[in-house]
Write a protein that binds this ligand. Sequence first.
Ligand code: PEP
Ligand code: MN
Length: 333
Amino acid sequence: MIIHLKETVNADQAAQLAEKTQAQHFRRNGQAILIISSSTKEVPDILQEYTDEYFVMVSDIQLASRTYQPATREVTINPGTTVGGNTNNTLMITGPCSIESWEQIVTCADMLKELGITTLRAGCFKPRTSPYSFQGLGMEGLKMLAQIREEYGFKIITEVRDATHIEAVIEYADIVQVGAKAMYDQGILRTCGEAQKPVLLKRHFGATLQEFVQAAEFVLSGGNEQVMLCERGIRTFETKTRFTLDLCGVSYLKEHINLPVILDTSHAMGYAYGVPDLTRACVAMGVDGLLIETHPNPSEAKSDAAQQLNLNEFRELYQSVQSIAQAVGRTVI
Ligand code: PEP
Ligand code: MN
């Protein structure tokens, strides 16, 4: 149950009421919002006199539900890029899996600039499956990305792997990416809930849609309502492709969930050859954003070599999605 308290209830009172009712709470525009387990179907007696409005919810998908807030939430990425809300924007996020060198990232950045794309991705703290693989450039990479932002005016998205560097990622990035493996890390989710930065939350490859959106609830209920969901493929019995992109799940999210949905075709497919077709299919579905890995020389990439598009392949794909986006009333930004 979500309860909007009267605006006369101050922060201390709201905190006390939340504690007494075992609720999560945060403030939105001077109003306290309490969220109690969805098994509660009536406003607790103690809250009656303070309640302005309440919403009975069928499951613990609460703040993210269109039952609560029907319109897709607007997420604003500094400086001035918006997805969701009344926009029909499809945000193009592209760049290498990992930042590997200054030269590599500048080559990618030059291509983005040439195409008019303004959101650059690159991982610095990589959540690798093996401890013996390249783990990312860490802080050195983060500083290079900050330098790129300075020089190109791009928005930067990079991922947080664990608690050791979460504050640094929040400080440096314009969008904080919580990777698939970190989706279940409640320390990361709660810290993101307190951050003033948009969060791109990836679906764990073993998570149901319910679990995925409930992970987003950890961020939302902390007071950070700038959350985007990212479908990046789930694990199925199929082994010919890296994962299985759950487009049925995307339809579910579009219908029932009020958060913008970003599609990562690179990690789902795992092989560059399939990424353009899959991406075009996603654009035709009318999604809020795309995440595509690009690398100046994919075969030499230090992570995810098989799935990254080279820059010419990406240019071609980028041209081809424009008319598809237009046909479904969207603009790729
Ligand atoms: C990535 O974006 O490079 C990445 C590691 O993705 P995921 O968390 O989806 O595996
Ligand atoms: Mn990757």
